[in-house]
Design a protein around this ligand. Sequence first.
Ligand code: G16
Length: 544
Amino acid sequence: MQIETITTHPYDDQNPGTSGLRKKVKTFQQPGYLENFVQSIFDSLNDFAGKTLVLGGDGRYFNRAAIQIIIKMAAANGFGELIIGQGGLLSPPAASHLIRKNQAFGGLVLSASHNPGGPDEDFGIKYNVANGGPAPEKYTAAFYQCSQAIDCYKIAAMADIDLDSIGTQQVGDIKITIVDPVTDYAEMMQSIFDFPLLKQSIGSGYIRLCFDAMHAITGPYAKRILEDMLGAKPGSVINAEPLEDFGGHHPDPNLAHAQELAAKMFGPDAPTFGAASDGDGDRNMIMGSHIFVTPSDSLAIMAANAHLIPAYAKGLSGVARSMPTSQAVDRVAAKYAIPCYETPTGWKFFGNLLDAGKITICGEESFGTGSDHVREKDGLWAVLFWLNLIARKRQPVADIVHDHWLKFGRDIYSRHDYEAVSSDIANGIIEHLRSRLPTLAGQAFDEYIIKYADEFSYQDPIDNSISHNQGIRIGFENGSRIVFRLSGTGTVGATLRIYLERFEVDAEKHDQDAQAALADLIDLAEQLSEIKKRTGRTEPTVIT
Ligand code: G16
């Protein structure tokens, strides 16, 4: 096999964000752009000659073309085997599982998650390490450093690989195995949850479900597991066919974007259970008949009830949440006397805690939950977890949620996003907030007295690495919080996120609408940050 060395020049924008490198497809299609980043990853890794790399993506536009390029580069750089999902498809949790199961050196996951797809939309790539999880910051910093000095990349002169036929072939020195993307993942789910009980509850009609795959990768996974294996009625999985442009929608599982599902769940004769997943299948939205469960509540409810799920029957070693996620799970951890860790936003920060056995379940406000079964958040896992809970408790979602609030109180929560703000303005807002931090503690805004105001830093308890500037936190004497952060996953300008939460212990007030209940905090967030004033916007782009 002939290896070509192609001369290239650095692109200055290849610094990975919260979850890999995400850019417009057109950016990735520039000459050498994808190749530079892949070569920079390979150049910063050691000792992978002859080893295995897992490869797959969320099936969005450019997925197949990118996979063909990466196959040739992996061959040229000396990998011994590639394990690739059929059709180039692998959800991050399925890829994570394959890396772990096959003791692979690592994996490349092509995904821009919940961002829209198509020739004018987004694409992304991230590297996962041998534990199956997203590369920690020390790796991503090295990728960026290499990308800034790159002058050539290596690529094998070989024909495109047939991605659609399952099987193994040897091409020169590299073995290429195309696997069914669902089989191993489905087997793992069977080992975690009570499938016979689920089959019985779904088959008997006790649970009627609707899963919105949003024309993204979970279509084939959900059809196989929910319909074929668990007996949900054909058609229970809607928008099941993965499309390169997700049917023109944002494959983002929230009430703003999963409108078809939301209409069903708040409509007449609503199913017992509703859920949606994102473009690459690692996020989840949980709904019941006439109720939406916030991701922060979902995490807390999972932690509080984990003993009802076969794989977690022995209890949890600990839990973790990202800093902006509500404190609901902290209350569960306190009650059951297990550790609760607060990490920066980004699944990569859970990896060390999971590897060290410090936590069993973790999650984020951004519609992500997962456990130690893989090292990625896992949308369908969360769906099966909830189905298993409903079946075990014989309670509808709304009752499970209300019972939880009764026991622990309700952390009323919302996130307001201002998307595509000019980067200068967004940075100015963060600077403005930063400059106010030293003087805020002790200030009173009606009944809201500021207890602390700081910028979140995290020291990893396992490797002691420190991550600074992970969001601005303003905490109040009454337990309420406002957090401000710049997103690390957007591809146009900057996205400003405001996270708002207020604790309500009074059961009479648990049913309030979140926006109304948070109105004072929303006003206060504006007073502190001047986002509307500085951006000229009158309202957030998305409220979740
Ligand atoms: C990624 C990360 C998550 C993070 C989310 C939002 O998820 O893996 O840990 O919470 O982005 O990040 P940000 O607030 O910086 O936009 P995904 O589903 O996009 O891969």
